[in-house]
Design a protein around this ligand. Structure first.
Ligand code: FE2
Length: 128
């Protein structure tokens, strides 16, 4: 069975990385990652993952982000479980990359909205 148009099927990624070309749904849900362009292997650095950056998303009992996950390439680095109203769906995580991650790597954030499914944002960093 195809579920091409079902938001709960797979991971939602905006068609364009340019917010001016995103739909309102994409603007509200795509997580935005802030991190240094370059990091040293083994050093801790901050990664901020925010939702609702390009357009505000509700944070109420009937409609909210339930969790945010951060990956370095395909490795899960951290996961934050979120409550509506009581917590903000934007998190800052302190992480490090190992020597085996040297070179250009991809930070990927997934954010789950209870009404609109899982959304992905990414940012490339260089590990040296
Ligand atoms: Fe939503």
């Amino acid at each position: 069975m195809s579920c091409e148009n079902d938001l709960f099927c797979g991971i939602n990624v905006p068609k364009s990385k340019n917010p001016d070309e995103m739909t309102d749904l994409e603007k509200k849900h795509t997580p935005v990652i802030t991190a240094p362009e370059k990091v040293k292997a083994g050093d801790l650095f901050d990664v901020k993952v925010e939702t609702g950056v390009y357009m505000k998303h509700p944070n109420e009992y009937g409609h909210y982000f339930g969790w945010i996950e951060l990956y370095l390439d395909d490795t899960l680095v951290s996961r934050a479980d979120l409550q509506p109203v009581l917590s903000s769906p934007s998190v800052t995580l302190k992480i490090s990359a190992t020597h085996s991650h040297e070179g250009k790597r991809k930070l990927r954030a997934l954010a789950f909205c209870n009404l609109h499914g899982i959304w992905e944002g990414e940012k490339e960093i260089e590990v040296e």
